[in-house]
Design a protein around this ligand. Structure first.
Ligand SMILES: [Zn+2]
Ligand SMILES: [Zn+2]
Ligand SMILES: [Zn+2]
Ligand SMILES: [Zn+2]
Length: 193
């Protein structure tokens, strides 16, 4: 029964959609969409883009299936849902990326990770990584602020220079007019004498 439902191209039992040609030859969705040219490999007749065979899909879903991890008997239709919650399904340590090679079952995972040096190290590093990220963000902010302040200082320096230049000019005008006053006074003194 199960072999009759296998996809004749990849020789596996389709897990999702099944499509069929007009003669009833069935293929898994992957192989069906990959047919090029669009001809049925068995009868060489043109096939449409989609032509689901829900009866075949139902027949496959109803096939008996036994979990290879816990031995629970169920159907292929509920296989994926069972594997998600299977207590004996092998799972890797959450620190596998850090180098831990442990693979165990869900029930043992908590106990393993409590003692796993990789997992302990990751747990210790997590708050430091958060802190590091925060410091990086703060540094960025400070850099932006510093740049803004530098710009403001440059603008103020320009203003001060302008003001000083103006004051120097005023002083020169004052000095000049002062000289004139002195000369005028001297002339008046001469004229008076
Ligand atoms: Zn296939
Ligand atoms: Zn066909
Ligand atoms: Zn299971
Ligand atoms: Zn581990």
């Amino acid at each position: 029964m199960a072999e009759a439902l296998e996809c004749p191209v990849c020789l596996t039992l389709p897990e999702g959609e099944v499509h069929q040609c007009h003669e009833g030859h069935c293929y898994c969705a992957d192989c069906w969409h990959r047919l090029d040219p669009r001809l049925c490999p068995e009868c060489r007749q043109p096939v449409p883009q989609a032509n689901r065979s829900r009866a075949t899909e139902r027949a496959i879903a109803a096939l008996e299936w036994r979990c290879p991890h816990c031995g629970e008997a169920t159907t292929r239709g509920t296989m994926a849902a069972h594997l998600d919650v299977c207590p004996q399904q092998p799972i890797p340590c959450t620190a596998a990326m850090a180098g831990c090679g442990w693979v165990g079952v869900l029930a043992e995972q908590v106990a393993h990770e409590a003692a796993c040096p990789f997992a302990i190290c990751l747990r210790m590093m997590a708050p430091l990584q958060v802190e590091c990220q925060q410091l990086r963000a703060e540094t960025q902010e400070l850099k932006a602020e510093c740049q803004e302040l530098r710009g403001r200082v440059r603008a103020l320096e320009g203003e001060v220079e302008e003001e000083e230049g103006g004051r120097r000019l005023m002083r020169r005008i004052d000095d000049d007019s002062g000289d004139d006053d002195d000369e005028a006074e001297a002339e008046a003194a001469v004229a008076g004498a």
